[in-house]
Design a protein. Structure first.
Length: 317
């Protein structure tokens, strides 16, 4: 097949690809319906509605930049088997949900892996290897919308709860509050404070990681500055969650349970997350500042004396 642009390749979808699209819709419909229900539940994955928007915008920018450029030959012979394998994984996820882990969310992650495999296979079959590489980030970014497997989520949550209880106890004692820690339960004069899974900060950590990856993608950071920005994510997530835990425990120790619970507690969590997100944006601007100067050329202070003098004598147009 001769090299064609992406729009021309998209118009040449053959009947096997049309059949794959129909099979994809039939396979993905129960899965997508369950995902929407999970996102709408208001739990730890309500950010899932935003992730596809970021992914779609990234894909749109890539298509706008390269849509008219020649594409590699379509790999129909390789794309269809990849799409078929993804369909098999997605179908297996339904059996996993019904037989191995009823009522869990692990099948959603497994099904999403298969669904992304189907999409990758269709891109490979219609537009070739070049476009699959170009659209790798929008496809992979969709994973941030999915629930983590329980085996991984439980381990991370438990460590975050333990860290939060230790640091909160330390801050309370610095504030002069008498507190004893029994695992992840804090005992104060005003009442008991339990650090449960919802207070672990795992949601902030996951969302801030997704935000940092998006900033790195659109900001074009160097790999060293990108690693520094990613390293700031757990620090900001733990710090923001620690503020919420400390304020709530301090209020409970003084007997103000009505302020430390319910909607007020949810509002406090939102405020601390916004602060952590603001800290991430601030870190990204600090790390990206020197990068922009490097791309735009040397600053006036770094220019040689003769060149700086010539630039100052240049007439204004």
């Amino acid at each position: 097949m001769s090299e064609l642009s992406l729009p021309k390749l998209a118009r040449q979808i053959t009947w096997p690809l049309a059949a794959c699209l129909l099979l994809l819709f039939a396979t993905a419909w129960p899965f997508l319906r369950s995902l929407v229900a999970l996102f709408s539940s208001g739990g730890d994955y309500s950010h899932g509605f935003l992730v596809p928007l970021v992914s779609a915008y990234s894909a749109w920018v890539i298509v706008e930049d390269h849509g008219s450029s020649p594409a590699a030959r379509s790999w129909l012979w390789a794309g269809l088997p990849v799409a078929g394998l993804g369909t098999a994984v997605a179908m297996f996820s339904y059996w996993y949900a019904a037989g191995l882990n009823p009522g869990g969310t692990g099948w959603l992650f497994l099904g999403a892996t298969g669904l992304l495999g189907v999409l990758a296979g269709l891109i490979l079959a219609t537009a070739g290897e070049v476009w699959l590489k170009r659209l790798a980030f929008p496809l992979a970014y969709l994973l941030f919308a999915l629930p983590l497997p329980a085996s991984i989520l439980t381990k991370i949550t438990l460590r975050l709860r333990t860290l939060g209880s230790i640091l909160t106890t330390w801050l309370l004692r610095l504030s002069g509050v008498e507190v004893t820690r029994d695992g992840n339960v804090l005992h104060t004069a005003g009442g008991m404070v339990g650090i449960i899974d919802a207070c672990s900060g795992i949601r902030s950590l996951w969302v801030l990681t997704a935000a940092a990856v998006a900033i790195l993608h659109f900001g074009r950071f160097t790999w060293r500055r990108g690693l520094l920005l990613l390293a700031s994510v757990p620090v900001l997530a733990v710090a923001g969650n620690l503020i919420r835990l400390y304020v709530s425990a301090l209020l409970i120790s003084r007997g103000q349970h009505d302020i430390a619970e319910g909607s007020a507690h949810e509002l406090l969590g939102l405020i601390t997350f916004v602060l952590a997100l603001g800290g991430l944006i601030g870190c990204s601007r600090l790390l990206a500042g020197p990068r922009r100067r490097e791309e735009g050329g040397p600053s006036p202070a770094e220019m040689p004396d003769q060149a700086r003098a010539a630039s100052t004598r240049a007439p204004l147009l």
